[in-house]
Design a protein around this ligand. Structure first.
Ligand code: F3S
Length: 63
């Protein structure tokens, strides 16, 4: 199972990732996104799309 991580220093809170994959990403109280669940086989493509779509490249796969 892979997990994504949002760099809190880079995220500008645009919310795109949450819209693309709300099973993994949500906005936190600081107004930035966080990955609150690991990715599953079902949403791995959506997580990759979120990674590719983030305007500031704040999301990465964790090892
Ligand atoms: Fe932040 Fe990028 Fe998502 S800016 S809200 S991690 S699409």
């Amino acid at each position: 199972m892979k997990a994504a991580k949002v760099d809190q220093d880079l995220c500008i809170g645009c919310g795109l990732c949450c819209g693309i994959c709300d099973k993994v990403f949500r906005m936190n109280e600081q107004g930035t996104a966080e990955a609150y669940q690991p990715s599953t086989d079902e949403n791995q493509d959506a997580v990759q799309e979120a990674i590719d779509s983030c305007p500031v490249s704040a999301i990465v796969w964790e090892d």
